[in-house]
Design a protein around this ligand. Structure first.
Ligand code: GTP
Ligand code: ZN
Length: 355
């Protein structure tokens, strides 16, 4: 295993996969995708690559097959100095959000991430519902979610706020830090142990870029100017993979304003293990927890053991996940119909008597 690829976050399974790749192909990790080109970090430094024709064909069939930040890829260097991205290696984890434009396919934000830090500023006061939404997305990805509460220097009761957040984040660690004073940064750094890949997810202005800069110890990313109301401007289109001098890789995703859920329901179940466990106790298997008798979820609401705010948040996310699943279903059926039409057409052609 090359020292450089290891510094880029190469894991054992990808390293093994690379053994089977033809020698003339060069491995690398995608740092950024823009204008139809990928910036790829290789052992010999960064290069810009376009898509090979076979990759283009794959993308036509499945847009998610296109390279994204964090992907491991192999490149071909041509005699005329062109560089093409030949293929994307199997992804260990993927952070997928529902497409903003309305297609039912998700957009892959980042791949091969070990830990997802949901970055939330402590000032203005955190929106718990939004954290729960990020957690569902993070659990669905296969990576380990952690909530990182930043801007601790701006509030007097950071630990009390962290306790509130922890109640909404079962199974996930909640860290408190400040990019400005450096307090708590060692705990965030520990997430990168073993050259792990850490992706930062959060709303615009949450403090992601400031956190990356603080972790790196240098100014790598532009930090946006703060607005009067304490919220950041919505700026970023950039998405970067940063190799930290002390080891580990950070992926800074763009500030997400609205993030749609694109998921099987597993992420939601993992983000709400309390409600999932209650639902298993309901009298009816398909209980909607709205009006059925002997509903354990409603019983917990009534005796106060399940906060109403959390229940509402879950109902909202569940409705959204169900809607996305229905849309995906419609798309699959439309595709199946197309495939069938194509197959039967070529079948009819075969039946035609030959001249
Ligand atoms: N006091 C204080 N301010 C912070 C801290 N971290 C970030 N800020 C400020 O919060 C604002 C937004 O920070 P950014 O790091 O640009 O936020 P971002 O999450 O990268 O935002 P996008 O680029 O839109 O994704 C900036 O004005 C920062 O100076 C912190 O720990 N303490
Ligand atoms: Zn129920």
């Amino acid at each position: 295993m090359s020292a450089t690829l290891q510094a880029l976050g190469l894991d054992a399974s990808t390293a093994e996969f690379l053994q089977s790749v033809p020698e003339e192909l060069v491995p690398g990790r995608v740092a950024r995708v823009d204008k139809g080109l990928a910036t790829v970090f290789t052992e010999d430094g960064p290069v810009r690559a376009s898509w090979s024709s076979s990759l283009l064909a794959e993308i036509a069939a499945d847009p998610q097959a296109g390279p994204c930040t964090g992907d491991w890829v192999v490149l071909r260097f041509w005699p005329d100095d062109r560089i093409t991205l030949e293929s994307v290696l199997p992804r260990r984890t993927t952070i997928v959000r529902a497409e903003v434009g309305g297609s039912s396919r998700g957009q892959v934000l980042a791949a091969n991430v070990d830990v997802i830090a949901i970055v939330v500023g402590l000032h203005p006061e955190p929106n718990i519902g939004r954290i729960e939404r990020f957690l569902a997305l993070a659990w669905e990805s296969g990576a380990r979610p952690v909530v990182v509460l930043t801007k601790a220097d701006l509030v007097g009761d950071a630990d009390a706020l962290a306790e509130d957040v922890a109640l909404a984040a079962p199974g996930a660690d909640v860290l408190v830090c400040s990019a400005t004073t450096g307090v708590g940064l060692d705990d965030v750094r520990a997430l990168l142990d073993g050259d792990a890949t850490l992706a930062l997810l959060g709303s615009s202005g949450a403090g992601k870029s400031s956190l990356v800069n603080a972790l790196a110890g240098v100014e790598l990313l532009d930090v946006q100017e703060i607005r009067e109301d304490g919220k950041g401007r919505h700026t970023s289109v950039r998405r970067e993979l940063i190799v930290l001098p002390a080891g580990g890789v950070v992926i800074d995703t763009p500030g997400l304003r609205g993030i749609g859920l694109q998921e099987s329901g597993e992420g939601l179940a993992a983000a709400f293990p309390d409600i999932t466990a209650l639902a298993a106790e309901c009298k009816f298997k398909d209980c909607s927890h709205v009006m059925e008798p002997d509903c354990a979820v409603r019983a917990a609401l009534e005796d106060g053991s399940l906060p109403y705010r959390r229940y509402e948040s879950w109902v909202k996310l569940r409705r959204e996940a169900a809607y996305m699943a229905r849309r995906a279903d419609v798309r699959l059926r439309a595709q199946a119909k197309k495939d069938w039409a194509r197959a039967s057409k070529s079948y009819r052609k075969d039946l035609k008597p030959r001249p």
